[in-house]
Write a protein that binds this ligand. Structure first.
Ligand SMILES: NC(=O)N[C@@H](CC(=O)O)C(=O)O
Ligand SMILES: [Zn+2]
Ligand SMILES: [Zn+2]
Length: 430
């Protein structure tokens, strides 16, 4: 524990209202006690040199897979939390495709208990359907009472319009969003990668963009009719972005998130890496035109949040033929370095706008309080820079798994430390 701490010489960055302030920040008993210049405190308070660094409200990744219970060989709440801290995140929302799935209140509570001794806030997303089977609706009110912040059958879509309609109706009563994994699976029963020129050349079954677009269109219609809040998980297509843009313009209660890898890589990576199974995920890496549209969607606010869809799989599961490998890659440790490289350095987003996608945006969608950067509020913050050029290596992984396509990739910007729940953790130290 580090109840007292002086962060000296940093720049406080508040995403809303958007302000920056060069100041020292003194934490006493886990609470922001004083913000000011040249603060003089006794030797009993440890100091951290934050000169040249930003300090923002703690970052949140609203889409991760922690794999507990049931798949502890891939990740646990403890190891996933260490990966989160390494990536600069104080909070994560975790998906329910565990075994058993988060479809009953006791499993939701179990995950929250597992998170009690980490400084990371772990916010469970519970199932839409019982057994996550897509047939019968789960006990949503009970799940919410147990701490679920949203509902999703992620790993799979809510398959039928009937079930989605019911879920959106309940969600509007509970004031919690439905997060849908947007795939109309009958359009891609055996797809391995994005359907296009590259899949044709490689002879792999494709996952057409239409599989995602059709589902987004269906759900926007249902959200408009029910008034239930719809959140589009891991958006990856240009058409999908356009559908969300138009729906928002018409006042439909829809929000969207995009994963760091979909902003970074295209389907060309499958070929260039010679079928590295770390280029295989749902939704698949898309075309350059899709990536450009995702960036435009972020820049104009159509896409609200950036997430990682951190999806650990063990090496023995991934090191198989492409067609047999599970879908998904790590994300927590590489998120900020990729955002810096792909969005901030090229001028797609300012540092403030990028931070907003990791702070205000996810918490507004999930109805969580934004940690303040003001005197008297509990200290929950991330210390980072937006310009360090560094190379991500295997040594930087804190997850229990290693399935990332970004080993040896160039990064721009580095998370340095987080303060949360009375603990100060330097990124990568834990
Ligand atoms: N994204 C993935 O490719 N995989 C996720 C499931 C999901 O997010 O749909 C997983 O749980 O492994
Ligand atoms: Zn998904
Ligand atoms: Zn997911």
């Amino acid at each position: 524990m580090t109840p007292h701490l002086l962060l000296r010489g940093g720049t406080l960055l508040r995403p809303e209202p958007k302000t920056t302030q060069d100041a020292d920040l003194l934490i006493r008993d886990g609470t922001i006690a004083t913000i000011g210049t040249d603060l003089d405190v006794g030797d009993d308070v440890p100091a951290y040199d934050a000169s040249g660094l930003f300090i923002s409200p703690g970052w949140m990744d609203m889409h991760v897979h922690l794999r507990e219970p049931g798949y502890e060989h891939k990740e646990t709440v403890a190891t996933g939390s260490r990966a989160a801290l390494a990536g600069g995140f104080t909070d994560v929302a975790c998906m329910p495709n565990t075994d058993p799935p988060l479809h009953t209140r006791d499993v939701v509570e179990f995950v929250r208990e597992r998170a009690e001794d980490t400084p990371v806030g772990v916010h469970p997303i519970a199932c839409v359907s019982k057994e996550r089977a897509g047939d019968e609706i789960a006990e949503m009110a009970d799940l919410e009472a147990g701490g679920a912040v949203a509902f999703s059958d992620d790993g799979a879509p809510v398959p039928t319009a009937g079930l989605m309609r019911r879920a959106l109706e309940y969600s509007s009563m509970l004031d919690r969003p439905i997060i849908n994994h947007m795939e109309e699976e009958t359009l891609n029963p055996s797809g391995q990668m994005h359907e296009g020129e590259v899949s044709a050349r490689l002879g792999l079954d494709g996952i057409p963009a239409a599989s995602e677009d059709v589902m987004i269109a269906r759900d926007i219609e249902l959200a408009a009719r029910t008034g239930g809040a719809l959140h589009v998980a891991h958006i990856s297509t240009a058409r999908g972005v356009e559908l969300v843009r138009r729906a928002k313009a018409h006042g439909v209660p829809v929000t969207a998130e995009v994963c760091t890898h979909h902003l970074t890589l295209t389907d060309a990576a499958v070929e260039a890496s010679q079928f590295d199974t770390n280029t295989k995920m749902h939704p698949p890496l898309r075309s350059p035109a899709d990536v450009a549209a995702l960036k435009e969607g972020l820049a104009d606010g159509t896409i609200d949040a950036i997430c990682t869809d951190h999806a650990p799989h063990a090496s023995y599961e991934k090191q198989v033929e492409f067609a047999h490998a599970p879908f998904g890659i790590l994300g927590l440790e590489t998120a900020w370095g990729l955002i810096g490289r792909e969005l901030i350095e090229p001028g797609v987003l300012s540092v403030e706008e990028a931070v907003r996608t990791l702070t205000v945006a996810p918490r507004r969608i999930l109805h969580l309080d934004e940690p303040g950067l003001t005197e008297g509020t509990p200290a929950r913050l991330t210390v980072f820079d937006a310009s360090t050029e560094w190379t991500f290596t295997k040594d930087d992984i804190r997850s229990k798994s290693e399935n990332t396509p970004f080993t040896d990739a160039e990064m721009v910007g580095r998370p340095r430390a987080v303060y949360s729940d009375g603990q100060f953790v330097e990124c990568g130290a834990a």
